[in-house]
Every structure is written in structure tokens, then in C-alpha cells.
Design a protein around this ligand. Structure first.
Ligand SMILES: C[S@@+](CC[C@H](N)C(=O)[O-])C[C@H]1O[C@@H](n2cnc3c(N)ncnc32)[C@H](O)[C@@H]1O
Length: 279
């Protein structure tokens, strides 16, 4: 049978996704944490630092009263936990996921209280303060997080079913959170939107998606000499992709990087935080 033009496109899509996967071979969790999750990007004395801004957005989204249920899934967790520090109080089960074994191992090290794992203490303290609990409650929050994370699963957002079969109840999770994953693993905007569609299959109808991501970014460093290409998104493209994937946008916040947050590990210009509900 003769091939139509549309059919010839598939190998190219595969190439782009396969090329992205190759870029991730050198990803270094320790370096990535150092680049993005220490001062100045994580300076808790400054409300205009990136991490306090993200934590405030997450705190607000999880405490507005409309987000809750049994299961929260974090898509593309990487080696980080900040994105579930508010949500872990609202859900009985939190599932972490990442494409790379090195990142899943890093998360397991913190959960297992292994020496030398990343110190999330200032993050825990900051979120406790946002919750009005006082910084000294951070150990309770750490214990809560360790008790509700039930799995750390492999994921590939480029697959129509991104998680291993049977990982979630057939109805789907009650809430998804995903930060800096889709745009930094997709070769282009079409692939980003397709990946968003795949991820949405993990969420029950009426469930919430909290999506955080980079604006105007063309690359970031995943370790020394590991330059990872990123789809440079603008605000309108994020909104269009959410709409095309069947979401109602409830809230969108934009953060513009102050000059001293541009520390040479990427070319990001802004960050978006979207709260959306699946139809
Ligand atoms: C920029 S990091 C984001 C990590 C973390 N969520 C954060 O907020 O810093 C992107 C993550 O996507 C993961 N990733 C790479 N390819 C992926 C894929 N095909 N599906 C899902 N995640 C992938 C990487 O391993 C990495 O942890």
C-alpha cells in the first residue's frame, strides 16, 4: 500500500522524542538541585525569589477549598519534593513519578532518611509557616509526607498511557501536579500538547491539574555540560494547550524573573502557574 503524506510523519515524531530521551542520559540530580533549589532561586528571605513564589502558588491552590480527594499524582517529579509539600496534607495517597531511575533513587533516599539526601528542611519550614503552623511543625510535615507517598513510579509522558498498567484506579487520580516537566521533555509545541493529553488520561473527570512551567525557555542545564532543549512557551500557548486538552482554566499566575535570578543555568524569562479543572 502506498504511504500517504500524514503517515510519513510518525518516524519524525519518534526521532524528536527519542532525541529528548538521549539528552536526559546525562541528567545529574545533585547538580540540578544545586542550580535551582539553593539561593538565590530558593531564598526564603525574599518573596521575589522563585521557590517562595512557587510555594505560595501551590499553598493557595491547595487551600482554596475545591481541591481534594484520595490520590495526588506528581508528574515528572525529578529529584524534587517541594511541589507536594502543600498537597500532602490534603490527600491520603501521593504518587511520585519520573522517567529517570537516578531521580527516583534520589527521592527514595529522602523518603528513607538516608544521610546525604537533599535537605528539604527550609522548604518544609516555609510551607508550615504558610499554613500558619509555625516553622517548628516541619518535622510533622516531613513525617506526613513520608507516610502518604506510597509509590515512586517510572513515567513517560510521550506514551498514551504514561504509567505502568494498573498503577492507578481506573477512575483516575483526583489531582495532578506537574512542574517544569512537559515543556522540558517535548521537542516542540505539538508534542507538549500531546503529552498534556496523555497526562490528562491519568486524571478523573472533574479533577484538578496544577501545572507549573517555564516561559520563553529554550534550554536548561541538567548537569555540567548537559544542555537540555526546552519548548519556549508563551502564556497564550499554555492556555490554548490546556483548552485543547479539555480543561477549564481556573487561575493563571505569571512570575517574571528578576535579573539576579538569571544565574546562567537556563534562559528562562518567566514562570506560569495554572490551576485547571478537567471537564
Ligand atoms: C526540568 S525537570 C523537572 C523536575 C521537577 N519536577 C522540578 O520541578 O524541578 C524535568 C523532569 O522530566 C523528567 N522526564 C524526562 N523525560 C520524561 C518523559 N518522557 N516523561 C516524563 N518525565 C520525563 C526528567 O527526568 C526530569 O526529572
Amino acid at each position: 500500500m502506498e504511504r500517504g503524506k500524514g503517515e510519513e510523519k510518525e518516524p519524525c515524531l519518534e526521532d524528536g522524542v527519542a532525541a529528548m530521551a538521549r539528552c536526559y542520559r546525562g541528567f545529574n540530580p545533585t547538580a540540578y538541585l544545586q542550580y535551582n533549589y539553593t539561593p538565590p532561586r530558593a531564598d526564603f528571605t525574599r518573596p521575589d525569589s522563585i521557590v517562595p513564589w512557587k510555594l505560595a502558588c501551590l499553598h493557595r491552590a491547595f487551600t482554596e477549598g475545591d481541591v481534594g480527594g484520595e490520590m495526588l499524582v506528581d508528574v515528572g517529579s525529578g529529584p524534587t519534593l517541594y511541589q507536594v509539600l502543600s498537597g500532602c496534607e490534603k490527600f491520603g495517597r501521593v504518587v511520585l513519578t519520573d522517567f529517570l531511575d537516578v531521580n527516583r533513587t534520589e527521592l527514595k533516599r529522602w523518603l528513607g532518611e538516608e544521610e546525604g539526601s537533599f535537605d528539604w528542611t527550609p522548604y518544609l519550614q516555609h510551607v508550615c509557616q504558610l499554613e500558619g503552623r509555625g516553622a517548628s511543625a516541619w518535622q510533622e510535615k516531613a513525617a506526613r509526607l513520608r507516610s502518604v507517598v506510597t509509590e515512586i513510579l517510572p513515567i513517560d509522558v510521550h506514551k498514551p498511557s504514561p504509567l505502568p498498567a494498573g498503577s492507578l484506579p481506573s477512575s483516575g487520580a483526583d489531582c495532578l501536579v506537574s512542574s517544569f516537566c512537559l515543556e522540558s521533555v517535548s521537542p516542540d509545541l505539538a508534542s507538549f500538547t500531546r503529552a498534556l493529553g496523555h497526562v490528562s488520561s491519568l486524571l478523573r473527570p472533574g479533577g484538578h491539574l496544577l501545572l507549573i512551567g517555564a516561559l520563553g525557555e529554550s534550554y536548561y542545564m541538567g548537569g555540567p555540560g548537559v544542555r537540555i532543549p526546552v519548548v519556549p512557551l508563551d502564556e497564550a500557548q499554555v492556555c490554548d494547550s490546556l483548552r485543547a486538552s479539555g480543561y477549564t482554566l481556573l487561575h493563571l499566575s505569571i512570575y517574571t524573573l528578576p535579573p539576579d535570578m538569571r544565574v546562567g543555568v537556563d534562559d528562562v524569562t518567566g514562570i506560569f502557574f495554572a490551576k485547571a479543572r478537567k471537564a
